[in-house]
Ligand binder design. Structure first.
Ligand SMILES: *Cc1c(COP(=O)(O)O)cnc(C)c1O
Length: 380
């Protein structure tokens, strides 16, 4: 049996919708399936305004445009994230200011943000690692008192909740990803949620190459023209059709994925109690979408032993992000490894376990048994 790290789930409706979208002859953005996805997202999770875009990366970039990120602006973000998070703002000349993370969630440590704020700070850009919401209320409070914008990188947290509210409903801007490695896949795809009402009209212009085409589609105008800066931030209706099939089965997929979280918690909790390793903690106010599971080993050697042992059994677990501040591009901004010791240390010892919907239906017991054997071999 082969247990890959990730695999796309097939709900059974994808092919039918895909053909329907193709045969409709309307393949560009904001057509029938895009509208269906947008209504579904708003109804299910209460998002204010949703823009479907080609990727999570594009969602972050479009957010940076709306926020008016300028050369010299400082943006506070965790170093423990994907390159897209930081690229979205440095593309417009911003300077990244990396903040430490907290051990329990690997998310930005909100208690360390305020010390990093300067007169140049424009935005706070937290992420929800492994689908666990960052401490968004505290972050919004800090932002409010310093007049800063918050864009939440929700690439991994579609369907997660914080204090009963869906991730992506609290920050000014929230970026989702529907890449094939995420819970719900369009192949490539994403969404930008705009919660600041004053930005919604502009967001339509930005998404449509800086034109007011949205007003023509609404029947308000007969011709569209160039009214603002923008780009092509549109998801094809063909891909939206696949996404619609996936999002329509959210509850079912979430239930299947929860089995994986539970099985992994059962296995690793004893070792955590014995002080051998640590696993993530779900804060009381957070409900997770069962995106991923990670373990921090007591040493790099043991993390590698664990992964190598599994690999021999065709089970694929991987390391996490290489911290951005100590990556080649991060060093160009004057950072040194030692600047964020906790990020550096945890980033070295983290292992992410195989996690995909189908695993909850097939292969989970085998996978957990093999992991149990590896842990015994390493620690007993
Ligand atoms: C996946 C991911 C992205 C990028 O999303 P794409 O859809 O692949 O562009 C950005 N940030 C984080 C935290 C991610 O996990």
């Amino acid at each position: 049996m082969i247990i890959p790290f990730n695999k796309v789930y097939n709900t059974g409706k994808e092919e039918e919708y895909l053909l329907e979208a193709y045969r409709s002859g309307r393949h560009c953005g904001n057509h029938t399936f895009c509208q269906k996805v947008i209504s579904l997202m708003k109804k299910k999770h209460g998002f204010n305004e949703v823009f479907l875009v080609p990727s999570g990366t594009a969602a972050l970039e479009m957010g940076a445009v709306l926020a008016g990120i300028q050369p010299g602006d400082e943006v506070i973000l965790p170093s423990y994230t994907f390159s897209s998070t930081v690229n979205a703002v440095i593309l417009f000349g911003a300077i990244p200011v990396f903040c430490e993370i907290e051990k329990e969630t690997m998310n930005i440590d909100a208690s360390k943000i305020e010390a990093l704020i300067t007169p140049k700070t424009k935005m706070i850009l937290p992420i929800d690692y492994a689908g666990v919401s960052c401490d968004i209320d505290t972050i919004m409070e800090i932002a409010g008192s310093h007049n800063l914008i918050v864009m939440q990188d929700c690439a991994q947290s579609y369907g997660s909740y914080y204090k009963g509210k869906a991730c992506g409903t609290q920050a000014h801007l929230a970026a989702f990803s529907f890449h094939e490695t995420k819970n719900f896949s369009a192949g490539e795809g994403g969404a930008l949620v705009v919660n600041k009402k004053e930005w919604i009209q502009r967001a339509h212009f930005t998404q449509e190459k800086g034109t007011d085409r949205s007003l023509v589609l609404k029947g308000v105008k007969s011709k569209y023209s160039w009214v603002d800066k923008g780009s092509s931030y549109l998801l094809s209706d063909i891909l939206a059709s696949v996404l619609y099939a996936q999002l329509s089965e959210e509850d079912k997929m979430k239930a299947i994925r929860s089995r994986i979280t539970n099985a992994y918690f059962d296995l690793f909790s004893d070792y955590q109690k014995a002080g051998k390793l640590s696993i993530f903690k779900i804060p009381d106010e957070v409900e997770i979408n069962h995106h991923a599971f990670w373990v921090i080993f007591d040493s790099i050697e043991n993390a590698e032993l664990f992964m190598a042992g599994l690999r021999e059994k065709n089970i694929y677990a991987y390391i996490g992000y290489m911290p951005l501040h100590s990556a080649p591009k991060g060093l160009e901004y004057g950072y040194k490894k030692e600047d964020l010791p906790l990020t550096e240390d945890l980033g070295n010892k983290i292992v992410r376990l195989p996690f995909y919907t189908e695993l909850g239906e097939n292969g989970l017991e085998y996978c957990v048994e093999e992991m149990r054997k590896q842990l015994k071999r390493i620690y007993e």
